[in-house]
Design a protein around this ligand. Sequence first.
Ligand code: ATP
Ligand code: MG
Ligand code: MG
Ligand code: MG
Length: 461
Amino acid sequence: MKTDELREAYLDFFASKGCVRRASDVLVPRDDPTVLFTPAGMNQFKREFMGLGDPSFRKAATCQKCIRTGDIENVGKTPRHMTFFEMLGNFSFGDYFKRDAIHWAWEFLTKTLSIPRERLTFTVYLDDDEAYDIWHKEVGVPAERIKRMGEDDNFWPAGAPTHGPNGVCGPCSEIFYHGDGIEEVEIWNLVFTQFNRVGPGQLEPLPQKNIDTGMGLERAAAALQGVPSNFEIDIFRPMVAAAADVLGIDYAKVKDTLDGVRIRRAADHARALTFCIHENVQPGPEKQGYVIRRLLRRAVLDAYQMGQREPFLHKLPPVIAEAMQAGYPELKDSVPRIQNVIREEEERFLRNLENGIGRLGETFRKTRAGGSDVIAGADAFDLHSTYGIPVEVTESLATDQNLRVDMEGFKKAQEEFSKISRGTAEAADVFALSPLDTLKEAYHHGSEFLGYEGTEAEGKV
Ligand code: ATP
Ligand code: MG
Ligand code: MG
Ligand code: MG
């Protein structure tokens, strides 16, 4: 099944169950200062989950554009993580609950998609006998295919019962696909939002029970297409091929090497950039702008290390818009603008980089001349802050020259700098916290702020 068909099949299936098909929310949420990017389908339904939405709107299904900056380091290394990805979700705001959510997930996977049942395994929360029994007794999944997992894996937010935050929470059940000769992959998470946590171990049942599910479109497509990686699905292959092509590299030859990782990363980052710039995010020193700047620099730096000295990333948006056309026809008109923004930023960074590489050489010479083999932290920080050379790159190039970086000193210099520059402090936070963590925190604070009673009272109005 093609990825574009899967997107439609999912939305059609849940429409047939009475879910209202809603468009994807934007990637940069307008009224939600708590997250930089939409990290999951539920984000646009925060009000509904708290019982504050239109009471007649109780079931929804979406295909949501997501960005998870917390996964940046995994991109291209694992076959499953991308910065930008699409999440298929079905949601209940006080309507259907565990039984339907589980039965419908099973029906969709095994009937609509015809996935053989022996390819699937399931997890449930330790004491969630209800979910266990539905999978085991009603659906007929053998006991050895259902694992009971603790609160860090199968509770949302993670660890809620004992060490997690107060607020709306619940156990979840994850669905894994097992392909031939590849590691199992989590394709779908069903969250049963049924409690309000008021203190450690104190979970009060919610009168309005919600369902929040997320299925990774690319992961499910990979399973259906029998390919071992999100980067090999029909819509993504052309993007990887284009990235390799503009870099003049034969992807098949380097697929399993570091250059393979770099090419996948370039394709992924170009896709994230394309979608962000479409929404008018501009590369800059703060917030979303900083994230896309960082994605672009990473891709340019990767390419630089593969010998590329000219801007190249701006050549990818036309291919991306074409590959994503079925779901996002609106991208096409933005392509020339997106290309300009990327090209200008690439040129700027390449100039910096040339200067930085020169400076790096000087730093190495200076260090040796001083009779040391340790690059001072302040020097490494200067390379990072003035020339945009990430400390990992300095470290790796230093190692090649039998030098090393004083990382303690680097961190100290960074902290000092953060104290005097709020922008940088914020920028650093972007990568310290994954957006999902941010969302979880925000979700928790939001519900706490409104107060559970307040939520209920409003729901009755
Ligand atoms: P993982 O454990 O593999 O990192 P997760 O538990 O963080 O996944 P969820 O928060 O449960 O993921 O999100 C719901 C679904 O979205 C996942 O089951 C997966 O199919 C998909 N997904 C999550 N993160 C990514 C990503 N970075 N790239 C592509 N798909 C993703
Ligand atoms: Mg994850
Ligand atoms: Mg997981
Ligand atoms: Mg999960």
